[in-house]
Ligand binder design. Structure first.
Ligand SMILES: [Fe+2]
Ligand SMILES: [Fe+2]
Length: 349
């Protein structure tokens, strides 16, 4: 089988060549100068350090040109949730963790089943918008972890594509697509963005307000990049220390974004205050009703609903009716007329 290898260092490239060239017709090139003359390949094997933002940017561009290759194997250096999801978000169909043995890699290449989660086959609109959104979120998280500047333009562009997808195909297809193909914080951010857009459309908000809303939704949980995955993705109840750690994420997100000229004050406010409640019981600033803006009130309802209906491996997915009932019962915390208006989004749209 023709297999194309791309690696970020010469030594990784030669190791992979040595593993595969007795068994497959191998071509290879370094990531930094990849020209991707591999249109005849049946599979591409990529290995690169995902802590390097430049690698992510190059891979993002590269995978966009490789969608016709059904098998896209990504080898990552560390088994972290972030790197794994990043690889899938970039377009990988299989993810392996170093050290990868020859037999494992050959077995993966020999497996001819088409991947169930190929993002580029059916339902192109929602799937491509979701893939772009996940990739942009992955890039933001990676930048925060590495202490690098965030690509605000890419994130806003991805959120705009999500808004287009919602406007064209509606919310139900979006929820289905995102919950099937994405996981954890990526799934959450994509769901919140889609739901916030649909909520904004149902309220008849002006275009500029919708744009602020979907940007705020894309950025709202960026502070979670600072929370250890073991706490962030812990199944079941959090203890007091873990809960306190989780509650640092709105202020952490605010700190990450506050010096960025491309982030307007309304978005910054929404990132910091999306866990505030009208009765003053929220965090981090225990704001009361008059201090909480409309965009924050809309985002908070979208955020809570998204968290309730997410697909998690350790629990059944909550029906939308049950999730809306929980929101209705949060008396005094959320704006009642907005909760009433959200009914149509939650149950019907
Ligand atoms: Fe949050
Ligand atoms: Fe959230």
């Amino acid at each position: 089988m023709p297999v194309h290898i791309v690696a970020d260092t010469a030594s990784k490239l030669s190791d992979l060549r040595a593993m595969l060239e007795r068994h497959h017709a191998v071509t290879s090139e370094l990531l930094s100068g990849a020209s991707l003359r591999c249109s005849e390949s049946d599979a591409v094997v990529v290995t690169a350090d995902l802590q390097v933002v430049e690698n992510i940017a190059t891979l993002k561009e590269m995978f966009g040109k490789l969608t016709h290759i059904h098998k896209r194997i990504f080898i990552i250096d560390q088994k972290t949730r972030l790197f794994t999801v990043q690889a899938y978000a970039l377009g990988a169909t299989h993810v392996l963790v170093n050290p990868v043995g020859r037999s494992r890699l050959l077995a993966e290449l020999a497996d001819r089943r088409h991947p169930e989660t190929n993002l580029n086959e059916a339902l192109p609109g929602a799937r491509e918008a979701a893939a772009a959104g996940a990739a942009a979120t992955a890039s933001m998280f990676s930048a925060v972890l590495a202490g690098n500047p965030i690509d605000v333009g890419s994130a806003k562009g991805a959120a705009s594509r999500i808004a287009d997808s919602i406007a064209e195909d509606g919310l139900c297809g979006w929820l289905e697509t995102v919950r099937r193909h994405h996981e954890g914080t990526y799934q959450h951010c994509l769901l919140v963005t889609g739901i916030a857009v649909d909520f904004g459309l149902s309220l008849g908000l002006a275009k500029a307000d919708i744009e602020r809303l979907y940007s705020a939704a894309m950025f709202h949980d960026i502070g979670k990049a600072k929370i250890p995955p073991a706490v962030l993705d812990k199944p079941g109840r959090l203890d007091a220390r873990e809960r306190a750690l989780i509650e640092t994420h709105p202020a952490a997100g605010y700190d990450v974004l506050k010096g960025n000229a491309a982030i307007c004050p309304e978005i910054l406010d929404a990132v910091r205050h999306h866990h505030e409640y009208l009765d003053g019981s929220g965090y981090p600033d225990a704001l009361c009703a008059t201090s909480i803006s409309d965009i924050v009130r809309i985002l908070t309802i979208s955020d809570i609903f998204s968290a309730l209906i997410e697909r998690r491996s350790y629990k059944p997915t909550m029906p939308r009716e049950r999730a809306y009932e929980i929101i209705r019962n949060m008396k005094g915390k959320l704006e009642r007329p907005l909760v009433d208006a959200f009914r149509d989004v939650a149950l019907n749209r």
